[in-house]
Design a protein around this ligand. Structure first.
Ligand code: SF4
Length: 259
């Protein structure tokens, strides 16, 4: 495998390999940015800023976090955000403000140890110890607790609460648990903080006690990497086409790398 893969690249490949090719191999710019994606990005920026302030010994209140979010959200509007019929910028702004107030209230007592922590680890079979070609890369959203015994925190903006089955099957959680163990030599506790975009905004904090089997996850990552190296990118027309940011390039049979 030539390039390290992230959990999101693995998920994209498994959803539609043609989409993976357009985005990551050919490097095409998305044809639009969904409001949900832009919203998640502005929320993560504001939360990361707050975490960094806390690590530096300051404790900005929710009003300041909301101000940071609003500024990021305004910037997002300049990137060509696409809204569904029942969505608009003002609605997302008030939703984000309410969710950030809940987040700050819920996390104020936690000791934030690190934020946006990058990792890049080898792919190793957990039973045989075989080291495969390729690496896994990504970011942990935050580490909280006592240094040396940190809990890994993933913050997600989501349309609904995660069920136990959602948490158990998500590639991302298996990837992060595996990466943490590879990088630090212990299996971490993992918490997901879901910021739920329901009419009445809610925060739902759950311990991720069970993820995909580690060996299965490593195999998935290795096999996706091998398929990418071999240039295997079949289209997978289906429900994902409706919100696909590369639908026009896909239909046009695009095969050229972006200039
Ligand atoms: S339009 Fe559908 S088939 Fe084409 S890249 Fe997007 S998800 Fe895949």
């Amino acid at each position: 495998m030539n390039v390290p893969l992230s959990a999101s690249q693995i998920t994209t490949y498994l959803l539609c390999a043609r989409k993976y090719q357009l985005r990551y191999e050919l490097g095409l710019r998305p044809e639009f940015k969904s409001a949900a994606l832009a919203f998640g990005s502005a929320m993560h920026s504001a939360i990361d800023w707050w975490h960094a302030e806390r690590i530096d010994g300051r404790s900005p209140g929710a009003a300041e976090v909301v101000r940071t979010f609003r500024s990021d959200w305004q910037s997002e509007q300049e990137t060509g955000v696409r809204y569904d019929a029942d969505e608009n910028a003002a609605g997302f702004e008030s939703l984000g403000s309410a969710l950030l107030e809940l987040y700050v209230a819920r996390m104020a007592a936690e000791n934030i140890v690190a934020t946006e922590v990058p990792f890049e680890v080898p792919l190793v079979d957990p039973e045989s110890g075989e080291v495969f070609a390729g690496r896994l890369r990504g970011y942990f959203d935050a580490l909280i607790g006592e240094p040396g015994a940190e809990t890994l925190v993933e913050v997600k903006t989501t349309a609904r609460r995660f069920s136990a089955a959602d948490l158990r099957r998500k590639v991302q959680f298996a990837a992060y648990r595996y990466a943490f163990r590879q990088a630090r030599g212990r299996v971490p506790d993992v918490k997901v903080v879901a910021l739920v975009k329901t009419k009445r905004p809610a925060i739902d904090v759950q311990d991720v006690t069970e993820t995909l089997d580690e060996r299965l996850f490593v195999r998935m990552a290795v096999e996706v990497g091998r398929a990418v190296d071999a240039g295997v990118f079949p289209a997978n027309p289906g429900w994902a086409c409706d919100g696909c940011e590369h639908a026009k390039a896909c239909a046009a049979g695009e095969v050229k790398r972006a200039a």
